[in-house]
Write a protein that binds this ligand. Structure first.
Ligand code: NAP
Length: 334
């Protein structure tokens, strides 16, 4: 694997006024980011976690997490995030409600500017996650927050006794559709094929829920409404037939895009924009590690992200130890 040829010169030293030298900086506060602070905190490295705009990331918007071990009855998404945070802070991690705006990986310590501070970090763990993908149809941007939503947990309540549609055929679409049945009178799932991508259990639950209906082989081509959603235009991909349907809400769950803007032209990415890491969670820049959905287009679970965070942080600790020992080369755990 190609490694960037950077010159690792010094451990953290004081820089310009207002700047903060840190041994370990974690960008992102989802399950990967908060888990990756736990091990360094216990190793007295006083990691700093930048929360980004949303403490906890996507899971904090999840109503209930039923597949994270240790919680046989399930646990609320935001409750789980709070527990992750508490546990990391208990050992000395510092969670800052701040967002990275600029990253320079060509120098070491790495420079990370935020709204409030300029950090210089010996090791960096990137856990910036992913953002819901948009359909890109007319009306979508204009009516977001006025009937168009990417989060049933956040907005479901507004659709009490209303009729809504859900776009997508994966686990997210079905899980969120099921959640919406708590409020809405009807939830119509619109899927572009005649077969769902979602797992069997969710399929069974959705199929047996009397409030859920399906429209197959169909794409949404426009969202209608002036000040609020009133309907949608649809096209059957097999027959080519176009129709309109009235609806009060459009919930879109068609996958995610990695939050990689800060790392363009600095870190290796795959064709979809996910950061490329090896099995030690190394990116192509020594001392920069990545964990969670920014580096994982496949599993995208709380447990896998937390596991990646733990693995990345163990390697980052090793990296810092090697720097402190002034080893000529940074070793990794084999
Ligand atoms: P996903 O599995 O990638 O599914 C996206 C769905 O949206 C697919 O059905 C896809 O259709 C459809 N789609 C994509 N682009 C579209 C477009 N432009 N127009 C219309 N439809 C479009 O995404 P996800 O549901 O967010 O799940 C992502 C990962 O998280 C998966 O690995 C999933 O298992 C996991 N997850 C797990 C749980 C759970 O275990 N409880 C819950 C949520 C998510 P096609 O099927 O035709 O491609």
């Amino acid at each position: 694997r190609k490694q960037n040829d950077i010159n690792i010169t010094a451990l953290t030293t004081s820089k310009t006024p207002g700047s903060e030298p840190v041994k370990m900086l974690n960008i992102g506060s989802g399950p990967a980011g908060l888990s990756s602070a736990l091990y360094p905190a216990r190793a007295n490295l006083e990691p700093v976690v930048l929360t980004g705009m949303e403490l906890g990331g996507q899971v904090s918007l999840t109503h209930i997490v039923e597949n994270y071990p240790g919680f046989p009855e399930g646990v609320g998404g935001s409750e789980l995030v709070e527990l992750f945070q508490k546990q990391a802070e208990r050992f000395g991690a510092s969670v800052k409600f701040d967002t990275a705006t600029e990253v320079d990986l060509s120098q070491h310590p790495f420079r990370v500017a935020t709204y409030n501070t300029e950090y210089f970090a010996d090791a960096l763990i990137i856990s910036t996650g992913a953002t819901p993908r948009h359909l890109g149809v007319n009306g979508e941007t204009e009516l977001t927050g006025r009937g168009v939503s990417y989060c049933a947990t956040c907005d479901g309540w507004f659709f009490k006794e209303k009729d809504v549609v859900v776009v997508g055929g994966g686990d997210s679409a079905l899980e969120e559709a099921l959640f919406l049945t708590r409020y809405a009178d009807s939830v119509t799932i619109i899927h572009r094929r005649d077969e769902l991508r979602a797992g069997a259990i969710l399929q069974k639950r959705a199929a047996s829920n009397p409030k859920i209906k399906f429209i197959w082989d169909t794409v949404l081509t426009e969202i209608l409404g002036d000040s609020a959603v009133t309907g949608i235009s649809l096209k059957n991909v097999k027959t080519g037939e176009s129709t309109e349907k009235t609806t009060d809400g459009v919930f879109i769950f068609i996958g995610h895009l990695p939050n990689n803007d800060l790392f363009q032209d600095q870190l290796e990415m795959d064709a979809l924009g996910y950061l490329v890491v090896d099995r030690h969670m190394h990116t192509n820049v020594p001392g920069v590690f990545a964990a969670g959905e920014i580096a994982d287009p496949i599993f995208r679970q709380v447990i896998t992200s937390a596991g990646m965070g733990a693995a990345a942080s163990m390697q980052a600790i090793h990296f810092i130890e090697a720097l402190e020992d002034e080893l000529p080369e940074v070793e990794t755990i084999a």
